[in-house]
Design a protein around this ligand. Structure first.
Ligand SMILES: *Cc1c(COP(=O)(O)O)cnc(C)c1O
Length: 309
């Protein structure tokens, strides 16, 4: 039994009307740990458990850390999540609620990450949030399900942080005979590492991540994600934080689901009829997660950013 659940694929009437095309949603925010991450991370943790690993380490103060904590509890393995002091209260509590040991270390992520790496030994696996073929293979199950659940879309719209979701979705499309279905890869401004890489023809490392969509905050995408942009049809879209937050708030009204700005990023070009979607009459949007959001936080961001509500 995998650690993720099969999520609904629903046609959204409000989004279809707003967007002027058929919009279907893969509701990954309904995964018990709150995001699609459990698909790939759950598969990786199961793989390590089968080879005798008894302890997992993560350095993510976001959905990846929550997913590792969740997988560890389900597999009766110990989990340590090392996070910097900037990790949000919601994420810290979710990690502890899963029974994992939370270690606060450092002012920034790279310090927490360096400590986490020192904890790896023969009984302990470090679980990477996005750069691992085991993780991509697990994420690809989302497309296996979508194939069983409905008709082939003209494009898949998703958000990109380190690119693990992109790698998993492209792998899923290809292993199901949907290799000509394009991916629309959305990032928020201030976290647009894939966009800059595609523009300059080589992998670009951002000096800093400034977007509020912390789940998209990788300074560079993994090598494989960048490679797919020349081997699979991938269109890049960048949206403002304000547009991502507005999309989240509209989505609450339309679907009664609170999702985080990383999901709002993928919804924004659909709501706003971005020209990159012009060629597509039927899109599948990955509603990737919501564990690190709350309605109060969305409202506060909207005020700060002057987002349309
Ligand atoms: C991790 C994450 C992303 C981005 O996934 P990558 O594999 O890092 O590209 C998007 N949305 C949510 C909710 C996430 O947790």
């Amino acid at each position: 039994m995998p650690l993720h659940i099969e999520t609904p694929l629903v046609e959204s009437r409000p989004l279809s009307l707003a967007s002027g095309r058929t919009v279907r949603l893969k509701l990954e925010a309904l995964q018990p740990p709150g995001s699609f991450k459990i698909r790939g991370i759950g598969a990786a943790c199961e793989h390590h458990a089968r080879r005798g690993v008894r302890r997992f380490v993560s350095s993510s103060g976001g959905n990846a850390g929550i997913a590792v904590a969740h997988a560890g509890r389900r597999l009766s393995a110990a989990v340590v999540v090392v996070v910097p002091e900037t990790a949000s209260a919601i994420a810290r509590r979710s990690i502890e609620d899963e029974g994992a040991e939370l270690v606060l270390h450092g002012a920034a992520w790279h310090e927490a990450h360096a400590l986490a790496l020192t904890m790896v030994d023969t009984d302990t696996a470090f679980v990477h949030p996005f750069d691992d073929p085991l993780v991509w293979r697990g994420h690809a199950t989302m497309i296996d399900e979508a194939v069983r659940q409905g008709a082939r879309p003209d494009a898949v719209v998703l958000s990109v942080g380190g690119g693990g979701l992109l790698c998993g979705v492209v792998e899923g499309l290809r292993r199901n005979g949907w290799s000509d279905v394009p991916v629309v890869a959305v990032e928020t401004r201030g976290a647009e590492s894939l966009h800059r890489s595609m523009r300059s023809g080589r992998r670009v490392t951002l000096d800093a991540v400034t977007s509020i969509a912390t789940s998209l905050g990788a300074r560079e995408v993994c090598e494989q994600a960048f490679r797919w942009t020349s081997e699979h049809p991938v269109a890049s879209v960048v949206v403002d934080d304000a547009a991502a937050v507005s999309a989240c708030l509209r989505f609450v009204d339309d679907h009664r689901l609170v999702v985080e700005p990383a999901s709002g990023a993928a919804l924004a070009p659909v709501y706003d009829r971005a020209p990159e979607l012009d060629a597509f009459d039927d899109v599948l949007v990955v509603v990737c997660g919501g564990a690190v959001a709350s309605l109060a936080r969305l409202d506060a961001w909207a005020v700060d950013l002057g987002a349309r509500r």
